[in-house]
Design a protein around this ligand. Sequence first.
Ligand code: C2E
Length: 176
Amino acid sequence: LKLEPVDLHDTLTDLTHLLNRLVGERVRLSVSHDPSLTPIRADKRQLEQVIMNLVVNARDAMPDGGEIRIQTAQLHLEDELRRDRASVAPGDYVLVRVSDDGVGIPKDKLIKVFEPFFTTKGVGEGTGLGLSTAYGIVKQSGGFIFVDSTPGSGTCFTLYFPAHSQGQVEHKPEPD
Ligand code: C2E
């Protein structure tokens, strides 16, 4: 684990080519950015794995094709946010949202998706480690991961990462 300042805009830009290959021809991938994004503190490689994992799940939820949207957003939380027994402290966050218009996850399964070994996939298809691993990686950055889903219309994962305030931009000294 190597926590360092990570620019999510750059990370996603670097990944786009690979993600487009992962989703195949029937699925469209769109990425939109908040231009005012601040860095976060994360392990870049692990963060990439989380995004790839969410995108592959989204793809698999759309066997007949569809669209996956990745959006970033800068959020200032004025008040504590309470959700799923979690409490997100007030402050500045970088959000990443991965949404699809696929089959969706039924409500009784939604509360379990971050548990180890839980899978909606058939025997031999999923390892069941994907989302709990994603959860763990997000936790290591002090972040949160939430899921919204409507069966028949789609699923949306939202990741909250605390903005990394110190040393916002790490410029190398200009050679003189
Ligand atoms: P929980 O899953 O039973 O976790 C209880 C406490 O165990 C957590 O308190 C946290 O201190 C620790 N913990 C659990 N999993 C991890 C992990 O992967 N990494 C680390 N570092 N610590 C972990 P906390 O944070 O106050 O959360 C309370 C409850 O809020 C959690 O109960 C869970 O139900 C929910 N929650 C917390 N974070 C998230 C999140 O990012 N997404 C979702 N959907 N729920 C969350």
